[in-house]
Design a protein around this ligand. Sequence first.
Ligand code: SF4
Length: 361
Amino acid sequence: MKYVDEFRNKRHIARLAALIAKEATSDYTFMEVCGGHTASIHRFGIPSLLPPQIRLISGPGCPVCVTAARYIDTLVALASGEGITIALFGDLMRVPGTHQTPGEAKADGGDVRVVLSAYEALELARSNPGRKIIFSAIGFETTAPGTAVTMIQADREGLANFFVLNAHKVMPPAMETILKDGAQIDGFICPGHVAVITGSSAFEFIPQRYGLACVVTGFEPTDILSAVLMLVRQVNSHKPSVEIQYRRAVSVEGNVRAQGYLSEVFEPGEVEWRGLGVIPSGGMQIRDRYRRLDAASAFSVEIPETIHANGCICGDILRGVRRPPDCDLFASACTPDHPEGACMVSDEGSCNTWYKYHSHE
Ligand code: SF4
């Protein structure tokens, strides 16, 4: 508790807010690209502590939200296969595909089970040799090392009934896609958890090629406010760089051991991001050495033509072009109990977060 108090200290928060108000001498727009940051920003009321000339917008940082509808459709189709068990993270259960969510596929008789890790899916495979276990591997550089280590272990054990339906994504190419699309931002609040693995060096291309400020930060109120202050100072001084505010977890080089596991199992490949389309090198492709475990190669399923929910503007929200209240369905037809789109499902989704902390406004 003492640790948390240190980063939620009201005097520190007030001092940082005052410094930001004093030094923010023009208009600034900063984008956070981590769903954890989106949740923290709204949970702690950070926008209300900032002067009106500072705007924070959310980008494609929620792993569930950026998972393409086609991937959900593939999970749903696989779930009806004979002898197949789908093992997935709980949030995915309620993400709408073209016709069904994975949860609805389970209600229709599919064997769909919630797991907390890739390793738990591996244990399912060990204890159910008569079934084919397909682990739904989503998320960024943060969760991918766990998948990689599990695949290495499955390969060592020679397990013939463990597979991975891979949609792991790499964050820096998505940030570059947003910039190439002409996003009007002055800097990024870079993703803290991703940077623990990649190191802050993964974002160096942003100041170098695009002249924009970057700060890697943590998830407590003083972390986020410190990052905003550092971004304002970079913009004011016309000296963009990548700074680390989150030094208690992030280094320049990152977690070299985890990077080693990732490159053992994956190589850069294209992948579809909801809202951003197919991004070359925006994904992790399973290397030939581990292809045997790749569910996309091992199983063939018929996928219906992908149809996106009528009126859902998740794609625009993930690109930072629009905000949840701009959606006609927000807080009416679409709520956390009845999500129409992926951004309303996860605690890290922009629409879910806005619903929780702003729908009363
Ligand atoms: S409120 Fe619902 S329907 Fe609208 S963009 Fe968000 S998730 Fe999609």
